[in-house]
Ligand binder design. Sequence first.
Ligand code: SF4
Length: 343
Amino acid sequence: MKKCILDLTNSQFKTMVKSLIKQDYKINQIIEWVYAKKTASFEDFTNISKELRGELDKRFLLRTLKIAKKEHSIIDGTIKYTFQTIDKKYFFAVFLLAKGKNSICISSQIGCPVACSFCSSGKVKLARNLSRGEIIEQILQVENDTKEKVSGVLFMGMGEPTLNFNSVTSVLNSLLSSKEFGIGKRHITLSSVGNVPAIKKLADDNFGIRLALSLHAVDENIRKKLIPNSFGFSIEDILNAGKYYLKKTKSRLTIEYILVKAINDSVADAHKLARLLRQRNLLNPDVQINLIPFNPVKDTQFKTPGQESTQKFKNILNLNGITVNIRQAKGADIGAACGQLGY
Ligand code: SF4
């Protein structure tokens, strides 16, 4: 079976074509067509000889995913893509339109073993990890399809990215490389529910990207209810890992907190959240809290809190000196908002 070029790092690709292409500059031209020019067909590699294009076509694929479905939000222009893999599995990516600052929320797994009770992806049994190429291809296909440039990447789609660590970090190298995507490290955010060793490794590898910690609760029992398979680390362990990440990378730390009515949205919860951050010296401008009012999904009893209680929760955090952003649901009308990516 042919290998997809996107599944190979540049040095792996170079090794594979060593016998076919002697000159380094030619290999670099191919890499430029693949990543910088985002070309989907070998035929279009116009500065490469016809013969070599034919050889590449015999040995490699440039795309493996099909766009199975595309849904447009009439509210905010968000586009939800359902991709079909070669082995006929389905997963999602979401294109978030914002003049000059378009971003994409990408998936790292098909299904998600973390099984958050507020999330549609969590209701899909893990089928497998996405390959390096399948992760990268989401960006290439969406850019080709929309004719828009993506300048921000969020690893917040289907799956827990730290469980697909090798592929995800290989993709990070490509996103950050000026010869490939050339996306600034401050424009890439990876979220995790708290895989502490992976967060530390990510900090030590010093990609410098932004980390979003999905905390979602200040009480261990409530957290367990919201995130059943959260690696067994305590809230304290997770916040300490966030602190370690911040110190090592000098990046920004976002704490994600989904607000579910009468579950984790009380005044006492807000005070406790502020206290937890204060106790760890996390009350500083590089730490921000994203409040995400629960987005309705199928088969759940959870409810979205009213605007008033959301605002009250935010005010308490603000009064404690914390920067808080209430995340506006994007693409809620097409099931593309946070927690809605399921079948
Ligand atoms: S919120 Fe994230 S970690 Fe939790 S089930 Fe959904 S995709 Fe998985």
